[in-house]
Design a protein around this ligand. Structure first.
Ligand SMILES: *Cc1c(COP(=O)(O)O)cnc(C)c1O
Length: 394
C-alpha cells in the first residue's frame, strides 16, 4: 500500500545523519603503531598528539580527552565542585540534565529564546536561589548562546558557567572559538557528531591547573602510584579512538564545507514553501552546520508529526530534535521548573521542529528528493501515529 504513495521512489533509507569515515587503508598505519608500541590507553602517544592537534585546530589553550561527552559533563561539574542547583535548558539531548543528576545536583529548567532556541538569559535571575552554583547552557545546533549576557549574570551572582558544547565543534564567535567562553566547555565526539572518534568527548579548560585536576578525575583520582586525591571515574579516551581522531581531523574542514553547501541548497529550495521557517544564528559567527532544523508553522498543510510520518513513509528518517523536552521525562517532570507554564517557548519549539538529513555524503539529488516531498506532501501517511514509546526512541 505504501508503494502506491511513493512520491520520489527513494529506495535506500536516508537518515538524519551518517557518520563520516576516512578511507580504511589510511587507518592501518595508526593501528600498526599501536600494535608495535603496545600502549593501548592511559594517556599514550596518540592521546597526547590528539590533545595538541585539537587545541591547535579549535584555537583553545587546554583540552582533556574523554571516553564520551557524558562522562566529560559529569567530570566537568565535579572538577568545579558544583553542588545544589544548576540552571539549564530543557531543550537539549537528555545527557545535559542527566550529568547533573549523576552528581546529585538538581536541574532548574528555564525557557529558551524563541529565535535562537538557546536559554533565554532574561529568565536566569528569577531562577537563582541560595542553592544555585552554576549555569549549564547548551549551544543548541552549534548556534552560540548569548555569551555576554550569561557571563554578566554569572559574574554578578558568583556562578560558574559550564557550556554543553556538544554541538559546537569548530564554531567561531566574533572570530574566536566559542569554546573559550564560560569556565569550561564540553564536547562530544559521538558517531553522530560532526567530528567523531566512534565514541569520545573532551573538556576545554582555561588553564593547566584545571586540566590537571580533570586529568586526575578521569583516571580514578590517581596522581601517582601511591596518591589518590579524589573518587574519580574512568573516563579516559583509548589510543584507538585518539588515533582515529587524528585521522578524522584531516577531513573535518572538508566535511564542514560540504555541510555548508547542503545548508545553502536546502535554504534555496525550501524558501518558497509556505509554513516552513529556518533558524538563523545571531551575531558574527562561523557555524559548523551540524544540523538542519526547520520549523513547521501553521500555514503548512500538514502538522509537524504528519510531515515526519510522510517523510518516513518515503524512506527519509528525520528527527524531532528536541522532542520530548528533557523536562518531560519521568525523572524530571515532577520538578516545579518542568511545569509547562514555565517553558512556553521550549514546548512550542519542541512541537514544531524537524531536523532534516545533513551529512557530507548526502547528494544534491537526495536533497532535491527530500525537498520534493516537503513541497507536495500527501496526507495519505498521516494516519500512522506512532505510539508514545516509539516517539521516544526513534
Ligand atoms: C551528544 C550530546 C551529548 C552526549 O555526548 P555523548 O558523547 O554521546 O555522551 C550531550 N549533550 C548534547 C547536547 C549532545 O548532543
Amino acid at each position: 500500500m505504501l508503494n502506491q504513495n511513493k512520491i520520489t521512489g527513494i529506495s535506500d533509507p536516508i537518515y538524519v545523519t551518517q557518520p563520516s569515515l576516512p578511507p580504511l587503508e589510511e587507518f592501518i598505519p595508526y593501528l600498526e603503531k599501536i600494535w608495535d608500541k603496545k600502549i593501548l590507553t592511559n594517556g599514550g602517544p596518540f592521546h597526547v598528539q590528539l590533545e595538541a592537534a585539537l587545541c591547535d585546530y579549535l584555537g583553545v589553550e587546554h583540552i582533556s580527552l574523554f571516553t564520551n561527552g557524558t562522562l566529560a559533563l559529569v567530570t566537568a561539574l565535579q572538577s568545579l565542585r558544583i553542588t545544589g542547583e544548576v540552571i539549564t535548558t530543557p531543550y537539549s539531548f537528555v545527557a545535559t540534565a542527566h550529568s547533573l543528576l549523576w552528581n546529585g545536583i538538581r536541574p532548574v529548567f528555564i525557557d529558551i529564546d524563541s529565535d535562537t532556541f538557546n536559554i533565554d538569559p532574561s529568565k536566569i535571575e528569577a531562577a537563582i536561589t541560595p542553592h544555585t552554583s552554576a549555569i549549564m547552557p547548551v549551544h543548541c545546533y552549534g548556534h552560540p548562546c548569548d555569551i555576554e549576557s550569561i557571563q554578566k549574570i554569572a559574574d554578578n551572582y558568583n556562578l560558574k558557567v559550564i557550556y554543553d558544547a556538544a554541538h559546537a565543534f569548530g564554531v567561531q564567535y566574533n572570530n574566536e572559538s566559542v569554546l573559550n567562553h564560560g569556565d569550561l566547555s564540553v564536547l562530544s565526539f559521538h558517531a553522530t557528531k560532526i567530528f567523531n572518534t566512534f565514541e569520545g568527548g573532551a573538556i576545554v579548560c582555561p588553564d593547566l591547573k584545571t586540566k590537571q585536576r580533570i586529568d586526575h578525575l578521569k583516571n580514578f583520582g590517581i596522581v601517582d602510584e601511591v596518591t589518590v586525591v579524589a573518587p574519580g571515574i574512568n573516563g579516559k579516551m583509548s589510543e584507538i579512538n585518539a588515533a582515529f581522531g587524528l585521522l578524522q581531523l584531516k577531513y573535518v574542514d572538508q566535511a564542514i564545507s560540504r555541510r555548508r553547501e547542503i545548508d545553502q541548497l536546502y535554504r534555496e529550495l525550501l524558501k518558497k514553501v509556505r509554513g516552513i521557517r529556518f533558524l538563523d544564528a545571531r551575531g558574527q559567527v562561523a557555524l559548523n552546520f551540524a544540523y538542519f532544523p526547520i520549523l513547521i508553522e501553521t500555514e503548512y498543510p500538514l502538522s509537524r508529526d504528519n510531515l515526519y510520518e510522510t517523510l518516513r513513509a518515503e524512506n527519509v528518517f528525520t528527527r524531532r530534535y528536541f522532542y520530548p523536552l528533557i523536562s518531560e521525562f519521568p525523572m524530571y517532570r515532577s520538578m516545579p521548573s518542568a511545569n509547562r507554564s514555565n517553558l512556553p517557548f521550549a514546548f512550542s519549539a519542541a512541537s514544531r521542529v524537524l531536523c532534516l538529513p545533513i551529512y557530507p555524503d548526502l547528494s544534491d539529488e537526495q536533497i532535491n528528493q527530500i525537498v520534493q516531498i516537503i513541497e507536495q506532501p500527501t496526507q495519505k501517511h498521516s494516519c500512522v501515529v506512532p505510539s508514545q514509546k516509539q516517539q521516544l526512541f526513534v
